[in-house]
Structures are given as C-alpha cells and as structure tokens.
Write a protein that binds this ligand. Structure first.
Ligand code: KIV
Length: 294
C-alpha cells in the first residue's frame, strides 16, 4: 500500500549529514527503473543511486565505460517518478565530466533538471576543482574513491586499492580533498577495512562503503547483486539477500511448459460472453445456417 504523503519524511542532504553526527547508519542502494525504485524507496532506503552500473546490470555492457549521459537520464526520469522519500543521486558516467568544467557543469545541471538531488563523480584530489564548481552551482556532490570502475583500464582490472602505504596515503589525501571541495558524502569502494575506518574517522562528511568493510557511516550495494539477479558470480563483499534470478527462471520455465501442454490459459483465465449474448448468437447462427441451406 502507498504510504500516505504526510507519513513520508523526506531524506535530504542535511538529513544525511546529521546521520553521521548522530552515529546512525545510512542505507543506500542502486535502482534503475520505476518498479524497483518504488520497492527500494518503500523499503526505507535513505539514498537511491541511479548508478552507472546500469551499463552492466541492465544494459548488458561489460563495463561502465560505454554508458552515455542520455542513457543515464532515461533511467533517472523513470526512477524519479517512483521515489518519494529517499535522496535521489545520479552517477555522471565516464566522459560526462572529463572534457572540462563547463561540460561537467552542464551535466550536473541536467541532472537536477532531470529530478536528481545530487550527482556522483569518481576521483579524488584531481576532481577537487570540479566538485567545488558543481557545489557552487548548488549541485550536491557525492564523491567516489578507491576502486572506481571508470578507471578500470588505468588500474588494469578491478583491483582492490589502498593496499600499499603509498596508495593508502594517496587515498587519505583524496578523501580529504573531496570533503574540502564541498562534497556531502563519499563512496569508498574496494579498499581495506582499516583504511576505510581511518578515512571515516577523519572526515566530517559520511562515508558510504561498498567492499570497504563495516566501519563506514553507510553502505551501498548494486540492487541486482543483492537480489540474486546478477548474471555473473558477485564479488566477495556482496551479500545476496534474495534469489530472484532462480525464481524468475523457474517461473518462465513453468509458463513455457504450460503453454506447450495447453494448460495456460484456463477457462477461468478467459473472457466470456454473457448468457444472453450467447443465446442471441446461437439464434443468429441458426437462422443464418437455415438461410444458407435454403
Ligand atoms: O554505479 C554504481 O552502482 C556505483 C556504486 C555501487 C557505488 O557507483
């Protein structure tokens, strides 16, 4: 049942910042379409991210690199129509903020016009000026450092980051730079638990972990991983809370079997004439047959 409008207490950027002060965990999840976004929102998730993981889990690309801004916004608009309570953030995909600040600003403005309440961009200190520029244009920014999927080719694969002293100290500086630039939250992806705890302890803004251990201020997962809808075995940090992929396979196979064996549809699943129309039709058919014979 739809919650009554007055029962919905909207999650906003200040609400998210307050959560950290109160030591309350922040629950985040991705969504890419209207029905799943409704489920996620109604379940009380705080932040819904239209992630560029859309590329892989919905559009069938083999990385996040190919997805375009137009594709992202097509899905953002569907999610926007569903979400009433959660804070809605959209990922700026690869190529949407790499060619200059003006381009990034245009993408950020389009995000808000498309119904997002903030934009996420990948990268640390090297994005600081850009983050500042977006924040100055009233666009709340969520940062994202660590195993940032848009850097897959520079990393040479999906490798956990921050496992050497040098890389850990770079990530610590990146985190600080993102906060200083005005971001309201920071996603930490694919880094050791110890480093995530250190960053979380140092920052005033909340950290949202994915493959970064339990000490972050919040957690995020890709919806399809959580539901068991991923087409590949998920990484070790994923906990699969449902097996919807298998349930869907079973349901589709049963439908196929029923059609082949003429068990679907049944009489109860069919529409019927009213008894009076049936009678009228029988009379009409009898008269027509008599005429044809005569
Ligand atoms: O695209 C995405 O889904 C993400 C996260 C899960 C953080 O960036």
């Amino acid at each position: 049942m739809d919650p009554k409008p007055e029962a919905v207490s909207k999650v906003t950027v200040p609400v998210i910042l307050e959560r950290k002060l109160r030591g309350e965990k922040i629950v985040c999840l991705t969504a890419y379409d209207y029905p799943t976004a409704r489920l996620v929102d109604e379940a009380g998730v705080d932040i819904i991210l239209v992630g560029d993981s859309l590329a892989q889990v919905v559009l069938g690309y083999d990385s996040t690199i190919p997805v375009t801004l137009d594709e992202m916004f097509h899905h953002l608009r569907a999610v926007r129509r569903a979400v009433r309570r959660a804070l809605l953030i959209v990922d700026l995909p690869y190529g949407a903020y790499h060619q200059g600040e003006e381009e990034a600003l245009r993408a950020g403005i389009r995000s808000l016009k498309g119904g997002a309440e903030g934009a996420k961009i990948e990268g640390g200190a090297k994005r600081a000026t850009l983050i500042r520029r977006l924040v100055d244009a009233e666009i709340p920014v969520m940062g994202h450092i660590g195993l940032t999927p848009q850097s897959v080719h520079s990393f040479g694969g999906y490798r956990v980051q921050g496992k050497t002293l040098e890389s850990a100290s770079d990530l610590l500086s990146d985190a600080q730079a993102v906060e200083d630039a005005g971001a309201f939250a920071l996603v930490l992806e694919g880094i050791p638990r110890e480093l995530a705890a250190l960053i979380t302890g140092r920052l005033r803004i909340p950290t949202i972990g994915i493959g970064a251990g339990p000490d972050c201020d919040g957690q995020i997962l890709v919806l399809h991983d959580l539901l068991g809808l991923a087409l590949q075995p998920p990484p070790k940090f994923v906990r699969t809370y449902g097996e919807l992929g298998q349930a869907a396979r079973d349901a589709i196979a049963s439908y196929r079997d029923d059609v082949v064996a003429s068990r679907f549809p049944s009489d109860a699943e069919s529409y019927h004439w009213s008894p009076s129309l049936r009678e009228q039709f029988l009379k009409w058919a009898t008269i027509r047959d008599l005429k044809d014979d005569g």
